[in-house]
Design a protein around this ligand. Structure first.
Ligand SMILES: Nc1ncnc2c1ncn2[C@@H]1O[C@H](COP(=O)(O)OP(=O)(O)OP(=O)(O)O)[C@@H](O)[C@H]1O
Length: 300
């Protein structure tokens, strides 16, 4: 099956500013893919190139196996880049009818369903002039999906949303991937949210790829056994260099196969084990270690 996105040695410069510096990235079909990076990392530039809004300086980028500049490829793609703007005098429903006609028609019957899925049924007949940023984002997502694209690119889909809105958006994005078979590519600064919703992520920094992989794999790397014990000092003595204290608990940097022997050794040394569970690294820690390491390296 063709990958949804492939870039090779992709570069983009705006005058003296290099936004992308030789990006090689593959985004597979299916699931939710997060593109992360600090401000200025090149996420929006990548999306704009993929959508044919700007041209790369060098290198190649393909979307659904074709060129982003081909209309048939773009018709199979939905997108929301930044907070969308719609004619303020139209209602949310009219906006979607207007966009349906612009796409050649045929999807009008789906409009009530999309309004419902993005949580705008009650506001469907209100003019968008009075919409909050979060409501505009919801309408933008419905607009991106109306023509049933195979892939949808969302730049910061939850910016400006309140916590219930963020939760609804997460559920919508997961359903799109799991039930509708849409490949969702999103950029977000909300790392905890990304960890919950994305299957894979790419971390960009200064226009380069610094880490890529399945969220489950990235977060299980550096996994440690967190032990709640009655004698933390004694437990640290047993663990030696593999142990560290944290908030009254003891973290053991060991492999899963070493756990039974460790717990036996603790008990033999008079340490009572109250709780033991595996804790991974969160995406936020990975993000900071990757992007700050790069920054330090660049400064050197
Ligand atoms: N039209 C433009 N003209 C000049 N420089 C630009 C332009 N667009 C982007 N840049 C620069 O290119 C770099 C990458 O910007 P880009 O918007 O792609 O980053 P981003 O990762 O999307 O950032 P953010 O998280 O802030 O949205 C930045 O240094 C930015 O200032």
């Amino acid at each position: 099956m063709t990958d949804v996105v492939q870039t090779q040695s992709l570069t983009k410069s705006y005058g003296a500013v290099q936004a992308l510096g030789g990006l090689d990235l593959i985004i597979p079909r299916g699931g939710v893919y997060g593109v992360l990076g600090p401000n200025g990392a090149g996420k929006s530039t990548l999306f704009r190139i993929l959508l044919g809004l700007i041209r790369p300086s060098s290198g190649t980028a393909t979307l659904l196996g074709g060129s982003a500049l081909d209309r048939p490829t773009l018709r199979r793609t939905g997108s929301m880049i930044e907070t969308p703007r719609f004619p303020p005098y139209l209602t949310a429903r009219q906006v979607l009818h207007w966009l349906d006609r612009a796409h050649g028609g045929g999807r009008a019957a789906d409009i009530p369903g999309w309004l419902e899925r993005v949580g705008l049924s009650d506001a469907a007949d209100r003019r968008v002039r009075g919409f909050s940023v979060g409501m505009m984002q919801r309408l933008g997502v419905a607009a991106a999906l109306l023509h049933r694209p195979e892939v949808v690119i969302l730049d910061e889909p939850t910016s400006g949303m309140d916590p219930p809105g963020i939760q609804d958006m997460r559920a919508l994005i997961r359903r799109l991937a799991d039930e509708d078979g849409v490949t969702v590519i999103l950029a977000s600064h909300q790392l905890a949210e990304v960890q919950r919703v994305c299957d894979r992520v790419a971390i960009l920094n200064k226009g380069r790829l610094v880490r890529e992989g399945a969220v489950s794999e990235l977060t299980s790397l550096g996994e440690r056994l967190r032990l709640l014990v009655d004698r933390p000092e004694a437990a640290l003595g047993v663990l030696g260099a593999k142990g560290a204290g944290e908030d009254g608990a003891v973290l053991a940097a060991i492999g899963r196969d070493e756990a039974p022997a460790l717990i036996r050794a603790l008990v033999e040394n008079g340490v009572g084990v109250i709780e033991a569970r595996w804790v991974g690294t969160d995406l936020e820690s990975i993000f900071f270690s990757e992007t700050q390491a790069e920054t330090t390296h660049a400064a050197d």
